[in-house]
Design a protein around this ligand. Structure first.
Ligand SMILES: [Zn+2]
Length: 443
């Protein structure tokens, strides 16, 4: 008995001090390539999911697709004692608002919320897209399976809900199917606007758009490379904040970038076989995605996607031309890769939903001194705090120090000019918030 107690204590202490948490490995393990395959097949099977397509049919068009997605969330919810609040959100987009909306169209998003126990109004969001398109963006009748773009992201979102609904979290997780992406990011726009109006605290958005292709048009085949796009600073920053950056830094340290670093680090910890590539830009060159409307309103958000795109397999009429098979069909999707990127999302949703909120105010001082002082607002629910720093040219937070349950700390012997600094909050369970860049100067 005594021995058992000692072992239990040892395990408990080990657990509290652990660098990793077994549940995160369990989550990775639980994601199923088979179920993702089934869901992508079902979505591709609706013929077209074009935003302007039929909404009445039960077998073809975007109406049938979104009703099926809602039904799937309902099924998941039933098996977790109604742990998901499944709803939809819609906006009427008027004909002629741009060239891709040729008739008045209801853009309908499907929403499933797994309510957090401690912070029910804090959300971390995973999204995929319901809609698809072919060569002509306004062709809403031709077959448009959109297997990779973006049934893969939608299927990943459903599968993450299946896996994570077996756990309870402190913050809320939202699983989101967005429409109107290909016609002008309308679903994201409407949803982000509603979130802003309702005053939701959104920690971050993981926009998944094309997570299933491993054969690049560049000839590279990789089932481990993937990209995390993040913009440098929020477009909502004030003129004053912009001026401050000239003197105190922060050009590459906006909230979306910190979210990207969080995902990057967590993946290297738990899925070291993967190669996450942080891309220092909002999205691909001149192209868009559904994290942008959230960024536009000041919410942190990133795009998670394959690293090697194949342009003959996206936005294409299905055809064979010069021996090349064009079209976004099921045969081009690698389900095991989609499973891996779904796991990337799931472990980061879980880690953030298990972590305390980040400190919202961080002061920094140390001008002409051989030490740096950081000071932050207290986070209720945090066990302590971690200070991070890195060389100014490094993309990742390479140095850190856990400083315990204090709200100020001085790092002796470190010159403020030569590094960038940040602070995170750490929970009792070991999970950690996103790192926050200083937003105040201590004189
Ligand atoms: Zn697309």
């Amino acid at each position: 008995m005594k021995k058992l107690q000692a072992i239990t204590l040892f395990l408990l202490v080990g657990f509290l001090n652990a660098q990793t948490d077994q549940r995160i490995y369990d989550i990775i393990e639980a994601v199923s390539a088979e179920r993702i395959k089934n869901d992508i097949s079902t979505l591709a099977g609706f013929g077209t999911r074009h935003t302007l397509s039929d909404t009445v049919s039960t077998t073809r068009g975007i109406g049938a697709a979104r009703r099926w997605i809602k039904k799937e969330f309902d099924i998941i919810s039933k098996s977790c004692d109604n742990c998901l609040e499944v709803t939809s959100q819609k906006d009427l987009v008027k004909s002629g608002i741009n060239q891709r909306i040729t008739k008045d169209t209801w853009v309908v998003n499907v929403v499933a919320i797994q309510r957090g126990e401690k912070y029910p109004n804090r959300y971390i969001i995973m999204s995929g897209d319901i809609d698809s398109r072919v060569s002509d963006p306004n062709d809403f009748t031709s077959n448009s399976p959109g297997a990779n773009d973006n049934a893969s992201g939608m299927a990943g979102t459903l599968e993450a809900a299946r896996v994570l609904s077996n756990y309870q979290f402190e913050s809320s997780i939202m699983y989101l199917g967005l429409s109107g992406e290909e016609q002008g990011l309308f679903g994201g726009q409407g949803f982000a606007k509603q979130a802003k109006e309702k005053g939701w605290e959104i920690i971050g958005v993981f926009n998944n758009d094309m997570i299933g292709n491993i054969k690049g048009v560049d000839g590279i085949i990789s089932n481990t490379d993937f990209r995390i796009f993040s913009e440098p600073v929020p477009p909502t920053e004030t003129e004053e904040e912009r001026k401050m950056r000239r003197f105190y830094g922060g050009e590459v340290d906006g909230t979306s970038r910190q979210l990207a670093r969080y995902v990057h680090k967590n993946v290297l910890t738990y899925m070291p076989e993967m190669n996450p590539m942080m891309i220092y830009r909002l999205d691909r060159f001149g192209r868009g995605g559904h994290h942008r409307p959230f960024n536009d309103l000041g919410f942190a958000g990133i795009r998670i996607m394959e690293a090697h795109e194949n342009y003959t397999q996206q936005h294409q009429d299905i055809r064979i031309e010069d021996g090349i098979s064009y079209g976004d069909v099921l045969e081009h999707v690698n389900f095991n890769y989609a499973k891996k990127l779904t796991a990337v999302n799931a472990i980061n949703l879980a880690s953030l939903a298990w972590s305390p909120p980040a400190p919202n105010e961080i002061g920094i001082g140390g001008i002409v001194a051989p030490a740096v002082t950081l000071q932050w607002s207290e986070v209720s629910g945090a066990k302590g705090y971690k200070i991070y720093w890195r060389e100014t040219t490094s993309p990742t937070w390479d140095h850190s120090r856990y400083v315990g349950d204090v709200t100020a700390f001085t790092l002796e012997g470190i010159v403020i000019d030569n590094y960038f600094f940040g602070v995170s909050a750490v929970g009792e369970n070991g999970f950690e918030s996103v790192v926050v860049f200083p937003n105040k100067i201590i004189k």
